[in-house]
Unconditional design. Structure first.
Length: 347
């Protein structure tokens, strides 16, 4: 019996290895359907800060996930913890040669792919920031359009960012506000237009544009970068502290994405931010209180500009954004206030 079991295990391993070389790897465990019925969701950008938590949440609900990735092995490594903590549902890893076939029959598609923007912007980096978003979105939209109507996903939930609005210390933005005029505004506008225009004449597909704010959690994003200096008693605001900081807990970011997949009331732009934005100075004061650390050492503008160049815009300028569409659609935030969010994250 032991020999038979070993042989079976070896055969399974060999089969999995063949699928890996072909660009598809499946990890399966039995699960009861999640509330509202079992979904099949294709996800690009699944190995990122938001994507990893989204995968874990969908798996916990017993859903099937098809990971659209450029590198199967890298994605498997990045998602190892998500898979281990949520041993239900079904996961398939798919390389670009099979993205189109993987999208067929899905309930919805979530596109979070894009080159990181928190870096120094050289002309080549700026080109890649734009191109990475446009190419992935166009490829996915074309695959959705190419599906037979009865096998076509009913929703494309496509990432964008609150950078769409530009920056201001005085204005308040909601989903009806006009596009800004800076570089990130142009990126977001092109990103959103690619999704909308590609599927405008495709019946039965709802396009949701996730204008993501500053997503907070311990192990990444803006908070992950700020924590070490505060823990060393050297924390403080970046710049003058007056720039707006429109934040959202990662649990609510993922919650809105799942709401967008399942709630027909959500379509078009959706601000993924908590209802109570704060200024950078308030953010740092709250972080200091939560950690029991001082908030006394600001990082001057010139130091950030020397490090990031034009990319310093992301840190030194902000916008006050309200999640009107999500609230109108009935989404209930778990964390509406920054103090509560930080206490949950850092407890």
């Amino acid at each position: 019996a032991a020999a038979a079991a070993a042989a079976a295990a070896g055969a399974t391993g060999a089969s999995r290895a063949r699928r890996a070389r072909a660009g598809v790897v499946r990890v399966t465990a039995s699960a009861e359907p999640g509330p509202g019925g079992r979904m099949t969701v294709a996800v690009s950008g699944a190995s990122g800060f938001v994507g990893t938590r989204l995968v874990a949440k969908l798996l916990a609900g017993g859903h099937e996930i098809r990971i659209l990735t450029r590198d199967v092995n890298s994605a498997r490594s990045a998602l190892r913890q998500s898979l281990a903590s949520s041993p239900s549902g079904t996961v398939t890893f798919v390389d670009p040669s099979q993205w189109s076939s993987a999208i067929v029959g899905c309930t919805g598609v979530v596109n979070l792919a894009g080159e990181p923007i928190s870096t120094r912007w050289s002309p080549s980096i700026k080109a890649e920031i734009m191109a990475s978003r446009i190419k992935a979105t166009k490829r996915i939209a074309d695959a959705i359009e190419g599906c037979a109507p009865e096998q076509r996903p009913s929703a494309l939930v496509n990432a964008s960012a609150i950078g769409y609005y530009g920056t201001s210390e005085t204005a308040t933005y909601d989903e009806t506000s006009p596009v800004g005029v800076d570089y990130l505004s142009r990126v977001c506008q092109a990103w959103e237009s690619t999704a909308e225009e590609s599927l405008r004449d495709v019946p039965g597909v709802r396009v949701v544009l996730l204008r993501l704010g500053i997503v907070l959690d311990r192990d990444g994003g803006a908070l992950g970068k700020m924590l070490p200096t505060f823990q060393l008693f050297a924390g403080g605001p970046m710049g003058d502290g007056q720039q707006w900081f429109s934040w959202v807990h990662r649990e609510d970011a993922v919650g809105i994405i799942i709401e967008a997949l399942t709630n027909p009331a959500l379509a078009g732009p959706v601000n993924v931010t908590a209802p109570n934005p704060v200024r950078m100075g308030e953010m740092c004061a709250s972080l200091g209180r939560t950690l029991g650390r001082p908030n006394w050492l600001p990082v001057p503008d010139f130091a950030i500009q020397a490090l990031l160049g034009e990319g310093a815009t992301v840190v030194l300028q902000g916008q006050k954004v309200q999640p009107v569409a999500a609230l109108n659609a009935g989404y209930k935030f778990k964390y509406e206030r920054l103090d509560d969010a930080l206490q949950n994250i850092l407890r």
